[in-house]
Design a protein around this ligand. Structure first.
Ligand code: ADP
Length: 903
């Protein structure tokens, strides 16, 4: 370990010179002069010291003794800015006996230095570890080298490393660390490692670290490279494809190429040029986005999505999703691309007259309902007029397009020109949907129908979020798009059948939001995700019953009840509307087919038994189709006959042969256009009802009650009771709810209490179910699969029990409804109009009803029905029994009761 005095050169940060390495650095002129003077010495050696980093301690303790290899003068020596270039060759590590401090870079102070010898021999294990790490790194570097020359160099070094001896390992470590790029602090620490063992260990660590860095960066680079090259490849292939298609297209469209082999004859089809169509679609989309109102929410979203679309490669799934979203977004009737109702239509003084004419033209009868609808339309009209007046007063009136009578864009604060929401309630086929259509026609607005029957998923109303696979907008948005305007009439069909809260959300709540005028100016569809204004939409709801409609929904609606038609009304509807419609639909004309009134009535009474006219329409359709086939056959025969006239003349027996084939409706050669009742059986089959009501029977313990079914249809329901040996109990069957069961118990209690007065038991206080025999009473309501509930069967049950226990029968043409109390009163029930109509259809001619329902009959039941029926309005059960069994039929012991009470 020798020592000597050496001039010290400070290497600017972050330069470092390791033994065995070479370093070239620019130096100032003054420093160059100092070095030049050194060169006069025989061995020009200096101590190259790394300048510590600015924030680390400035004391220097080690460096490298370096030989000056070269000093290059600048070309233009007079230029002060051009530096000298000094090349140094590291020879050996040195150390200062005591730390030195140098502030100036351009002087070469002389200091005492100690050479740290590399003589020691490292342990075998250390050398092996070093070799292994070095080989891994060299291998990695060779693999990563892009130039073949460098690759060879690394491999050659690797070969040397493999053969290196233990004595030379430290030297090799110096060479490799100098050659490999590694962080400055690591190199500095390596330089400071004067102990051979320590130096090798540090080199090993450094190589391991470097190999892993190299590997990770290689991986990242290749991943980036891969995705980049895939994109490039896709782009390149698409460009090629487009070019090929263009070439093919030009080949096919050039007339020279049209050969006999071309199926299409070279004609261009709209299916051919995908690319062009695609570009056109995109341009169209862009135009539509540009047409949206500036600063509107829909435009902002549209622009944002358009930008995303541009960034995403064509043909990818994401691209398709965004495009279909944009197509939906831009085709919605936003204020920018929607026309609203011309206010002219509503302002026109003849609007109401024309609306009434429209309703009359589309529907027969329904006078009360039409009157209600006219009131509704009058309100709509007044609101519209008030609204325009308000808008004109609000804004700078001259700038609005009032002169044309058109509201160009609905004013922000507009309340919407609508009255309350109408809710048509009634059985199927009573004209709920077609009334909605007539209203739309009268207002000159598009009509859309949304069926809510069985909607369980909120998303069906509100749409799926776009993250959902195959997502799309909800039914409201779809209807708006189809309507193409923001003020259509939307019929929400069967609101009573919409599902309530479940794990798919709450469709009923979504519906409420749609219908709520406070909220629906910014309805949020999950797919569109831009608030949609529904305040101009006119909603009409329909339902079969009111029972299953939630209270908040009912609260927003104005109920209009359609109970059903009488046979007379049905006859008129069939004659004026259904028959012409069917004749038209089946390609016949009025002159080719008529059904007599009798025939129509026959169809209505014998083949259908419904409140509405849907089955009637179907049955008439069947008759018309049957006649259409006959007509076609008759025409063919006529043509044949015309052709074969010559032959027929020659063949005198021809007529006879033809007669054999002649259809009943073809008399001779004449076409018989009229259908009579007796022909109906051949066409429609045996009637379902024969008018005689054979299946109804007058029997002990059986009476007929009146009901309204879940579909809103009125009808009659037998209440059957029978006595059987038992223990004096009551048994109730027929899918009965709690309320109707309780009615049964009340009825039996009342009958037991009054058994003596009714002449059922011989003594007061005797239980008729125990004396003379112990019996059970079984009460059953048929159609056992249908759920039944409600208190209105009370008097029917009482009559059934009285009949069963007394032996008297209730005539089969009497039906009844009414709730009873334990004190013997009969209280009113609902659905009177439907029940009475149902009873009328079922050929019932006498009806027992609660006294309090008298007004319902007078107001709601058609006069012709009232004329044909006899009504008994009763206040008490006694009166009901008298009406049902007839005066004096029961062995009343009233006098006794009265006498006793007087006592
Ligand atoms: P709903 O919606 O109540 O089930 P629709 O409106 O679909 O019934 O009516 C069924 C058919 O009966 C339609 O063809 C309709 O035109 C016809 N219709 C119902 N009521 C009348 C009526 N009062 N006058 C004329 N046609 C009617």
């Amino acid at each position: 370990m020798g020592s000597s005095k050496l001039p010290v050169l400070l290497l600017p940060h972050p330069l470092i010179l390791l033994p065995t390495a070479r370093l070239t650095l620019p130096i100032s002129r003054s420093l160059a002069d100092a070095i030049l003077s050194l060169l006069d010495d025989s061995d020009a050696v200096l101590a190259a010291i790394p300048l510590p980093a600015p924030d680390s301690p400035s004391e220097i303790t080690y460096g490298t003794a370096a030989r000056i290899a070269r000093l290059v003068r600048p070309r233009n020596q007079s230029s002060p800015t051009q530096p000298y270039l000094l090349s140094l060759h590291g020879v050996e590590r040195i150390r200062f006996p005591s730390p030195i401090q140098i502030d100036q870079l351009d002087i070469l102070p002389i200091h005492n230095v100690v050479y740290s010898s590399s003589d020691g021999i490292p342990s075998r294990d250390t050398v092996e570890a070093f070799k292994h790490a070095a080989l891994v790194l060299l291998d990695r570097l060779a693999k990563d080298s892009l130039q073949p020359q460098r690759k060879d160099d690394w491999l050659r070094v690797a070969a040397i490393v493999e053969d290196i001896s233990e004595q030379r390992a430290a030297w090799m470590a110096d060479v490799l660390v100098a050659a490999v790029s590694s962080p400055y602090p690591d190199k500095l620490a390596f330089l400071a490692a004067t102990d051979v063992e320590d130096r090798l260990r540090r080199a090993t660590e450094l190589f391991v670290k470097q190999s892993s860095i190299q590997e990770v960066s290689k991986k990242i680079a290749s991943a980036v490279d891969e995705s980049f090259s895939r994109q490039q490849k896709e782009y390149f292939l698409r460009q090629q494809l487009a070019a090929i298609q263009r070439e093919l297209h030009s080949l096919q469209s050039s007339p020279a190429s049209v050969g006999p082999g071309f199926g299409t004859g070279g004609a261009t089809s709209e299916l051919d040029d995908d690319d062009q169509a695609d570009a056109d679609d995109l341009a169209d989309l862009r135009r539509k986005i540009e047409a949206l109102n500036v600063n509107s929410e829909e435009r902002k979203v549209g622009v944002r999505e358009w930008r995303r679309l541009k960034r995403i490669p064509q043909g990818s799934v994401e691209n398709g999703v965004i495009r279909s979203y944009l197509e939906w977004l831009t085709s919605m009737p936003w204020p920018s691309n929607s026309t609203t109702t011309p206010i002219d239509v509503l302002k026109d003084p003849s609007f109401l007259t024309r609306a009434r004419a429209q309703l009359d033209a589309d529907h027969y009868g329904l006078d009360q309902i039409k009157r209600r609808l006219m009131e509704y339309l009058a309100v709509v009209r007044l609101r519209a007029i008030a609204d325009t007046a308000q808008t004109q007063a609000q804004g700078d009136a001259p700038s609005t397009d009032a002169s044309l009578g058109v509201i160009p864009t609905p004013p922000k604060k507009s309340k919407g020109i609508k009255g309350p929401i109408l809710l048509f309630v009634g059985p199927p086929g009573t004209g709920k949907t077609s009334l909605g259509q007539s209203i739309a026609k009268a207002l000159g607005r598009p009509f859309q129908r949304i069926s809510l029957g069985g909607v369980r998923d909120e998303a069906e109303i509100r749409g799926h979020r776009r993250t959902y696979v195959a997502s799309g907008p909800g039914s409201i948005v779809q209807a708006l798009r189809k309507a193409g305007r923001n003020d259509p009439v939307i019929l929400l069909d069967e609101v009573d059948k919409v599902g309530h809260s479940n794990f798919h959300g709450d469709p009923a709540a979504a519906l409420l939001e749609v219908l709520d005028p406070e909220q629906n100016h910014s309805f949020n569809d999950h797919y569109i995700n831009v608030p949609v204004d529904l305040s101009q939409v006119l909603f009409i709801c329909t339902s079969n019953t009111l029972d299953t409609i939630s209270a908040p929904l009912l609260d927003r609606c104005e109920v209009v009840e359609l109970s059903g038609y009488t046979y007379d009304e049905k006859l008129h509807i069939a004659k004026r509307f259904l028959l012409p419609k069917q004749i038209n639909a089946n390609g016949l004309s009025d002159s080719q087919l008529t059904l007599t009134d009798d025939a129509l009535l026959h169809v209505a009474t014998m083949y259908t038994r419904e409140a509405g006219v849907r089955s009637l329409e179907r049955a008439i359709g069947a008759v018309v189709r049957f006649k259409a086939v006959e007509w076609a056959e008759w025409l063919d025969k006529e043509n044949d006959a015309a052709r074969g006239e010559g032959n027929a003349k020659r063949n005198e027996n021809g007529n006879e042969k033809q007669d054999g084939n002649t259809n009943e409706t073809v008399v001779g050669n004449e076409w018989r256009a009229t259908v009579e009742p007796h022909e109906l059986e051949k066409i429609l089959g045996i009637p379902r009802w024969d008018g005689e009501e054979r299946d109804r029977e007058e029997k002990r313990g059986v009476v007929y009650g009146l009901v309204v079914t879940g579909m809103g249809e009125g009808g009659i329901l037998p209440v059957e009771s029978t006595a059987l040996p038992g223990t004096g109990r009551l048994k109730l069957t027929g899918s009965l709810g709690d309320v109707i069961k309780e009615s049964g118990e009340i009825a039996l209690s009342w009958v037991k209490t009054h058994a003596f007065e009714l002449g059922i038991t011989a003594g007061r206080g005797v239980d008729p179910l125990k004396v003379p025999d112990v019996i059970d009473v079984h009460l059953h309501l048929p159609a056992g699969a249908q759920k039944k509930d409600g208190p209105s069967a009370g008097i029917a049950m009482i009559c059934a029990f009285v009949s069963l226990l007394s032996g008297a029968c209730v005539p089969k043409d009497i039906a009844m409804t009414g709730e009873i109390t334990l004190r013997g009163r009969v209280t009113p029930v609902g659905g009177i109009r439907m029940k009475v109509l149902g009873a009328h259809r079922a050929q019932i001619r006498k009806v027992i009803l609660p006294w309090a329902n008298r007004k319902d009959v007078e107001h709601d039941v058609a006069l012709e029905v009232r004329r044909e029926m006899q009504f008994f309005f009763v206040r008490t059960i006694d009166e009901a029994l008298e009406a049902a069994f007839g005066r004096g039929a029961l062995g009343w012991r009233k006098e006794t009761v009265l006498l006793e009470s007087r006592l």
